[in-house]
Unconditional design. Structure first.
Length: 131
């Protein structure tokens, strides 16, 4: 069983979100086990949530495949929600501040209609929930 803070069906596929409330400068690396956080001269770390989210991506892909859905792309995204958070991430990193989320989704073509059937994805999810 998997839990996410939000699920978004788009023309590019399904985005699953983990909302993070950290404050300060957050230094993200896709392969790091922990991400560094600096705030008021203090250093700390948080667990990288992306590895755990990959299991959920896999579950969604399998669910879409089983339902015959052609547009089963899935993406994980970590979104920092505290207004005093500063996310230090490479351009291709699936992490950003909530203020930058629209831009990040646009860069990933999530807001462009490429003919994908959102109805198919939604139907697959509803079918899975009813099991």
């Amino acid at each position: 069983e998997f839990s996410y803070d939000a699920l978004l069906l788009t023309y590019a596929g399904t985005f699953v979100f983990s909302a993070q409330p950290q404050i300060g400068d957050i230094y993200t690396e896709i392969t790091a086990k922990e991400w560094k956080v600096q705030y008021n001269g203090e250093n700390s770390t948080i667990a990288n949530p992306l590895p755990a989210m990959k299991d959920g991506e896999k579950m969604l892909r399998e669910m879409y495949r089983d339902a015959g859905c052609k547009y089963g792309n899935t993406y994980s995204m970590v979104v920092f929600t505290n207004r005093n958070a500063n996310v230090v991430a490479s351009r291709n990193m699936p992490a950003c501040h909530v203020v930058d989320l629209g831009k990040k989704l646009a860069e990933m073509k999530a807001t462009t209609d490429n003919g994908a059937a959102i109805k198919e994805m939604r139907a697959a999810i509803e079918k899975h929930i009813k099991k």
